[in-house]
Design a protein around this ligand. Structure first.
Ligand code: CIR
Length: 249
């Protein structure tokens, strides 16, 4: 497994914010937590590829939004926030050795954070960042079944729901319609941990924010192995653990 990450931009304090109040981001602390995250991915067997920081793109640490990596190709997105559109070129360069690249084109907009790939199906959250045109293009470009998911009150689909094992998803049902996920075992986030629906599944291990201890226990009670990272500094930029890497299997 390869994990592509990008150094935290020194302009991170100018990040986009939609559902989170702006607060002071400690750049050094964000970098330190990001480094610990990378060390964890590396210790779990990932070969790490790092893209340099770019002060011109405050949100560029969140590489997940720039591409969707499938077994046979990678889709370079067209991010919904205009300030983020230029992030994709460096990510495309990093992915090019590993996958054939295809591109989402205007008028479609798509953030990778809205895309949940489960087996052969692709689920796309209809957030402020991703639109129906993107769903049509994804269908055509990938040849896969693509399902639109109704959601609200959070930034991306994967803010609210992610895969935590072969057949289980962790979810905050207040933010997402779970009807499209019939057949999956759903594990609800614990009360008071609305952001607990974002986890990275790496093999059989889940990489998960240390802050959500009650939800973590729910995962462990269902037999899931969880490894935690401190991720609260980049959470102030409305980012979670999935956002900070692109996994190339
Ligand atoms: C943004 O609003 O685009 C960034 N501040 C946060 C992006 C987080 N990415 C993600 O959830 N995939």
């Amino acid at each position: 497994m390869i994990a592509i990450t990008r150094d935290v931009s020194p302009s991170i304090e100018r990040c986009e914010l939609t559902h989170v109040e702006r607060s002071v981001i400690d750049y050094e602390r964000a970098c330190l937590q990001h480094e610990r995250y990378r060390e964890l991915l590396s210790s779990l067997g990932c070969r790490m590829i790092t893209i340099d920081a770019d002060p011109g793109f405050p949100d560029s640490v969140f590489v997940e939004d720039a591409a969707i990596v499938l077994d046979d190709l990678a889709v370079i997105t067209r991010p919904g926030a205009e300030s983020r559109r230029g992030e994709t070129s460096a990510v495309a360069v990093a992915l090019a050795p590993f996958r054939k690249l295809v591109h989402i084109e205007a008028p479609a907009t798509l953030d990778g954070g809205d895309v949940l790939v489960l087996d052969d199906r692709i689920f796309v959250g209809l957030s402020d960042r991703s639109n129906h045109a993107a769903i049509d293009q994804l269908r055509r470009l990938t040849g896969r079944a693509v399902t639109a998911v109704v959601m609200s009150d959070c930034l991306h689909l994967k803010t609210a729901i992610t895969q935590v094992s072969r057949n289980q998803l962790v979810v905050n049902r207040a933010w997402v319609d779970v009807a499209p996920f019939e057949g999956w075992e759903l594990i609800d986030v614990a009360p008071g941990e609305p952001f607990g629906g974002n986890a990275v599944l790496l093999g059989d291990v889940v990489v998960y924010p240390a802050a959500y201890g009650d939800t973590r226990r729910r995962l462990e009670e269902r037999g899931i192995e969880v490894r935690t990272v401190e991720a609260d500094e980049l959470a102030k930029a409305e980012g979670g653990v999935t956002c900070c890497s692109l996994l190339v299997r």
